[in-house]
Design a protein around this ligand. Structure first.
Ligand code: ADP
Length: 356
């Protein structure tokens, strides 16, 4: 801390720049917050990930160390933000939460880094969108627990290394491929989140319905779980919408009839596919002969942003075997023709049909 003394004002100015550094509780959607498990024992599914994480957390706690920097990879709504808060709770430390697009300038990041406390969790969502200058600052912070900061201006300017407490960076991304390898390699723990199965989603819906004190039948839970696209956020969102239908159109209980009626009203089919999913598949078939078609062309045709296509629609369509990505573009499979009630053409490539 020796360099600190003469530049106390600079450091204080930096620390007060933590406008975007907020606590977890302040930033997240309140409705999602109700459902968010606080400890690993309540986090459903992802058994191997949970087991490993529990061991790493226990080991860090026993050594009285900060947890190694942790990288969470997976489609939206699978629990990355939730896991970050669970890590903080399990470590008994505080969490600061931000997202890469909110960090505009190096001083935004420096403001947070100079405010972190020993062993605390710093969560950056969408870390693949971090600007290169900020990424470089993060490398030093992650590795050496210091930041480089330029003090003064003009000929008097000089770089100063500011020590920062040992913190844990938890970075989350839906696009691991877009994260530079120097950044990727600085994470000691990497967790890939997978889509959830029907049983795991049923457990999530059962738990969430208790939290919002809503009666729901077991049959209704199973139907809801099946059309939640393997995603807890969608399961919870559907539960809230169906509670609305049950309140207004029924006696407050979500039963099989309310679920089936509600899903029809929301244009969601029994596999969880929405109108836009079917639109994407039928556009590839009707306009591009089943594919291949490039993502940007497809987005224009269906009026969707590329991020929504790549982050929301595609992963589930691919996972369910309706769509495949090839180097030349997106192609539908025979399963997509069958879903839309169309005859499967003979020329659907063998390669495509083998995965359906
Ligand atoms: P992400 O950050 O990956 O987009 P979130 O962590 O915000 O996803 O999770 C979205 C919602 O799903 C939250 O309300 C959370 O409570 C719920 N959720 C996610 N994963 C689980 C899980 N494994 N068990 C229970 N609820 C979960």
């Amino acid at each position: 801390m020796s360099d600190f003394g003469e530049n106390v004002e600079d450091i204080e100015a930096l620390q007060s720049n933590s406008v975007i550094s907020t606590t977890f509780q302040e930033t997240v959607d309140d409705q999602e917050n109700i459902f968010r498990p606080k400890f690993l024992k309540d986090f459903q599914g992802q058994p191997q990930l949970k087991e490993n994480l529990a061991i790493f957390i226990k080991a860090a706690r026993e050594r009285n160390d900060a947890l190694d920097h942790t990288f969470l990879i997976g489609p939206p709504g699978l629990g990355k933000t939730t896991l970050a808060s669970i890590i903080a709770n399990e470590m008994g430390s505080e969490i600061k939460l931000t997202s890469a697009p909110a960090l505009e300038k190096p001083k935004d990041l420096a403001g947070i880094l100079t405010n972190v406390t020993e062993g605390s969790i710093f969560f950056i969502d969408e870390i693949h969108r971090l600007k290169p200058a900020l990424e470089e600052m993060l490398y030093i912070a992650m590795e050496d627990f210091e930041i480089d900061w330029v003090i003064g201006q003009g000929p008097a300017a000089r770089t100063m290394r500011i020590p920062i407490p040992h913190f844990t960076l938890v970075g989350a991304t839906t696009k691991a491929g877009q994260v530079s390898s120097p950044l990727h390699s600085r994470f000691g723990i990497t967790c890939h989140l997978e889509f959830y199965n029907v049983e795991e989603l049923s457990n999530i819906i059962r738990r969430s319905s208790k939290l919002i004190e809503c009666d729901i039948s077991e049959e209704a839970i199973t139907i809801l779980a099946k059309c939640s696209r393997g995603t807890p956020r969608i399961a919870n969102r559907l539960l809230r919408r169906l509670r609305d239908f049950a309140t207004v159109l029924g006696d407050g209980t979500i039963d099989q009839i309310i679920v089936q009626d509600g899903l029809t009203r929301l244009a969601i089919d029994p596999n969880g596919l929405e109108k836009q999913d079917r639109n994407i598949l039928s556009t590839i078939i009707n306009f591009y002969g089943g594919g291949p078609v490039g993502a940007s062309t497809l987005c224009i045709s269906v009026g969707e942003a590329i991020e929504s296509l790549e982050d929301f629609y595609e992963p589930y369509l691919i996972q369910q075997g309706y769509l495949i990505r090839t180097p030349r573009g997106r192609c539908v499979t025979s399963k997509a023709y069958k879903l839309l009630g169309l005859a499967v053409p003979e020329n659907v490539n063998e390669y495509y049909t083998t995965i359906t």
